[in-house]
Ligand binder design. Sequence first.
Ligand SMILES: Cc1cc2nc3c(=O)[nH]c(=O)nc-3n(C[C@H](O)[C@H](O)[C@H](O)COP(=O)(O)OP(=O)(O)OC[C@H]3O[C@@H](n4cnc5c(N)ncnc54)[C@H](O)[C@@H]3O)c2cc1C
Length: 416
Amino acid sequence: MPTSRPPRTPTSPEQSQLLTAPPEPCFDASMLMTFFREEHEIFRRSVKSFLEKEVAPHVDEWERAELFPREIFKRCGELGFLGAHYPDDVGGAGGDKGDFWYSAAWAEALVHGRCAGLAMGLMVQSDMATPIIGELGTRQQKEEFLIPALRGEKIAALGVSEPNCGSDVASIRTTARRVGDEYVINGAKCWITNGTRADFITLAVRTGAEGSGYGGISLVLFPTDTKGFKVNRKIKKIGNHASDTAELSFEDCRIPVRNLLGEENAGFYYIMMNFQGERLVAALGAVAGAQQCLDETIKYTSERSAFGRPILKFQVWRHTFAELATQIEAARWLTYRAVDLFNRKEEAVKEITMAKLFAGELACKVADRCLQAHGGFGYSDEFPISRYYRDIRLITIGGGTSEIMKEIISKRQGWG
Ligand SMILES: Cc1cc2nc3c(=O)[nH]c(=O)nc-3n(C[C@H](O)[C@H](O)[C@H](O)COP(=O)(O)OP(=O)(O)OC[C@H]3O[C@@H](n4cnc5c(N)ncnc54)[C@H](O)[C@@H]3O)c2cc1C
């Protein structure tokens, strides 16, 4: 493992100087080797190279258009990015059981696209709408939905939230009534990422009686060319502009019963299971984004001067950055610990929930402090910080709010 660190105890004047002199980067990439293997690093580099060449130059245009091109899904599929962490039998690189460290490398590398909306659309495709199909799907469901999604040929969305409920998943009202070999679906979904152009939705529906709560929910695979399905509107947002977010309606939509995922009425449990990977990639992306934001702010403040010296030389800013760098490091290792447990299929709900809570809240704080350090330019559209500030605000809401994370943690601890 390469390392340029000096020994702890100086044995010569030169070494003594080394101990105090060179400012180390905030984050030592060699530490990653503890978890990431060479193949993950090759994968990470190819994602980065693709994003820098084929995405970053076009992001301003896609943000203005409020949509990134559909071809990006296809391209990421061709390059093997969308399915990397999946097992080999569905086209992934993760061996027999899958390898979540590919998802970790993917979520972290996506910051190089400099477009959180694009990262979100792609992560819904690879890590939010599809993992549960990999877990529970029949071979037919995998061939019809999962494999084309991982190739980028079909766009996937995850439909859980509704106009009247998001945090309280057990209250969803969209119904699926069984009639012969079909489900007849009626209701509405809200906030659905990729929703204006998805080819199918991994959809949460109520198959139990009214009032059946969490015990009456199922997951079905819903093709969007089904009669009675409608995109009601594309929702305007304060950030993540390149990603489409839709409100959808379902009126007497008939789908075959074979599109049921797993067992009927076990959907609440499956949604909670699926949330674990979703929250992990959210935490990983939050840490990587916060690191990028801090690094760029340190560069900016080392070049921008006031009162005859670089902003970075004011103790108040050096201390602020030292504190943020420490917290980012803590968030990273909390998140890696959760990934490690999750990847080994051990109990990880508490750790994943803590990682999403801590990394999400921290990323918002980093964005706020870094914007402040940019002064007026932070409030303009001339530096990446302003877009980052708008986009990151979603992190403490989407995939479960920070308040819900605290509820889960306190329940896991046995406090309520
Ligand atoms: C841009 C964007 C993209 C999204 N993409 C998707 C998607 O692809 N698929 C999907 O299904 N959903 C998606 N969502 C929805 C997202 O998951 C929900 O917004 C989120 O779960 C919160 O639900 P809500 O908006 O209904 O808020 P509410 O549940 O109405 O909560 C409002 C406030 O009350 C708080 N609150 C609620 N319950 C409690 C409690 N018990 N204790 C304390 N405080 C509480 C919340 O934390 C929040 O602060 C997306 C949302 C956005 C904004």
